[in-house]
Design a protein around this ligand. Structure first.
Ligand code: NAG
Ligand code: NAG
Ligand code: NAG
Ligand code: NAG
Ligand code: NAG
Ligand code: NAG
Length: 432
């Protein structure tokens, strides 16, 4: 039996002038299960897929996702855009409303809004899952147009009754429209406690369509914008969250996502680098100085976002690490010069693949963020895409840079939005 503990039993609330409900916590660290979409615990799990299919599909999804993230940086109007099929690799179980209605939602560090499909639904993308019924929740309140959440949400508009309507559109033509509302959000923590957060701003989608998976019941935006889960938890988690991603071969076990005092990353081997706020605030921008392959240091001088500081986005929902073409080609030639194995053609989008029927050694690769040298393991840099083929997990992309989740596996990655840092600590995530 899960105990239910309201965050308010040990915190007190401050309602700021902007009407954003902030929660001031004294002692509110907690962790929740972070489920890979290919885990048997995930509703997206397909038991017919082989491990290799799963890896190849995950690598392929990187390209769809980066297309969407690019649209987001290119146009403010697309700031909430999502391609659902590519909106993330990890799921969180949450509940909305009172009584609690359970939802399995995609955790997305590349968007802000938390939303789910709601009744009445004039157009819905799922066929099997039940829909959240706002009239059945005693804690549901629509949000008026005068709030900062409404004003700061791209694509929001006012209906004649002064309620805030949101509209999110997606790179591939998919969309969700509905009411912006406040309701209770419940997170199931790994300590068997449930963390109950009142008055969380959510999107209640009444009109949704496009290429959504029938099992996706919503999105949890973990970005840096005002309506994301992280920003709304705000001071109650001291702006801190962390995760430890299991290697793909272990995806059957769940990872954890930690908040507040549980999300502090410190101790032996921890390195930290500054987090830079650029436009859109959704994304977590870091500054990459160079990547070393063995002793060969390749400086990163591209400015994909126009500035020296903040030249790469760290994302949990993109599988591969994607780097500007000219830098990537230097990196690839350095890596391939240090590998003694037979090159083979890999799946589309993967440029550097080898015959792995006999073992081969891969060079040490160190990613130099400002102030933080992150030394990658072979599992971060090469992935088996079939029984016989291993491919480099970095790929070229024009005018963009994204540090993907394979490069983050077996690191405890901590975001501190108050200190404005991201920390990396080498960790065996299966023991974490
Ligand atoms: C999350 O929800 C799904 C579907 O309801 C369920 O199968 C799964 O076991 C849940 N996972 C956790 C960690 O509660
Ligand atoms: C206001 O109108 C919108 C549609 O125009 C509707 O979705 C919403 O529920 C209404 N809100 C209230 C408080 O009646
Ligand atoms: C999950 O982890 C446990 C404990 O580390 C281990 O015994 C189990 O085999 C793992 N399961 C999978 C599917 O990897
Ligand atoms: C710290 O990490 C290094 C290298 O990983 C290891 O050799 C050393 O024993 C560790 N020290 C402690 C106190 O754990
Ligand atoms: C790369 O950057 C380092 C540190 O800023 C600098 O010392 C070095 O000269 C640079 N190398 C090249 C080839 O520009
Ligand atoms: C490359 O691998 C082959 C076959 O394993 C071996 O015979 C050869 O000596 C290796 N060459 C180098 C430079 O390591």
């Amino acid at each position: 039996m899960a105990a239910i503990v309201s965050i308010f039993t040990f915190v007190f609330a401050i309602v700021s002038v902007s009407n954003l409900c902030l929660i001031q916590a004294q002692n509110s660290g907690f962790s929740i299960e972070f489920i890979h979409r290919d885990s048997p615990k995930s509703p997206l799990y397909n038991h017919l897929d082989t491990t290799y299919n799963r890896v190849t599909n995950a690598l392929r999804r990187s390209f769809g996702r980066v297309h969407r993230l690019k649209l987001t940086t290119a146009s403010k109007l697309e700031a909430q855009a999502n391609v659902i099929a590519d909106s993330g690799e990890y799921l969180l179980n949450i509940s909305i409303g009172t009584p609690a209605f359970d939802i399995v939602a995609i955790a997305d560090t590349g968007s802000d809004l938390i939303w789910t499909q709601c009744k009445p639904c004039s157009q819905c993308f799922e066929q099997n899952a039940p829909l959240f019924d706002p009239t059945a929740s005693s804690t549901y309140k629509t949000i008026s147009c005068s709030t900062s959440q409404c004003a700061n949400l791209e694509g929001s508009s006012c209906s004649s009754n002064n309620s805030c309507q949101y509209s999110v559109s997606y790179g591939d033509g998919s969309f969700s429209d509905g009411d912006l509302a406040a309701d209770t959000l419940t997170l199931g923590s790994t300590s068997d406690l449930r963390v109950v957060i009142p008055n969380v701003v959510i999107g209640c989608g009444h009109h949704n369509g496009g290429t959504f998976d029938e099992n996706d019941m919503g999105i949890i935006g973990l970005g840096g914008g005002e309506v994301s889960l992280i920003s709304q938890l705000g001071t109650s988690i001291a702006g801190k969250f962390s995760y430890c991603l299991l290697p793909l071969t272990d995806a059957g076990n769940s990872s954890k996502m930690n908040f507040g005092s549980d999300a502090i990353v410190s101790g032996n081997g921890t390195v930290s680098t500054p987090l830079t706020k650029l436009d859109p605030p959704t994304f977590y921008f870091l500054t990459l100085e160079a990547i070393s392959v063995g002793n060969n240091r390749i400086n990163f001088t591209s400015k994909p976002f126009g500035t020296d500081e903040g030249n790469i986005i760290i994302d949990s929902g993109t599988t591969m690490t994607l780097l500007p073409d000219d830098f990537y080609s230097q990196l690839e030639s350095s890596v391939s010069s240090m590998i003694n194995a037979t090159k083979v053609k890999g799946p589309e989008g993967l440029n550097l693949c080898y015959d792995a029927t006999t073992d081969f050694a891969v060079p040490d690769i160190t990613v130099h963020f400002i102030g933080a040298d992150v030394k990658l393991q072979a599992l971060n840099t090469f992935a088996m895409v079939s029984e016989t083929t291993a491919c480099f997990t970095f790929a070229p992309i024009p005018d963009f840079a994204i540090y993907g989740n394979l490069a983050q596996m077996n690191f405890l990655v901590g975001y501190d939005t108050e200190k404005k840092t991201v920390s990396f600590k080498p960790t065996d995530c299966s023991k974490n």
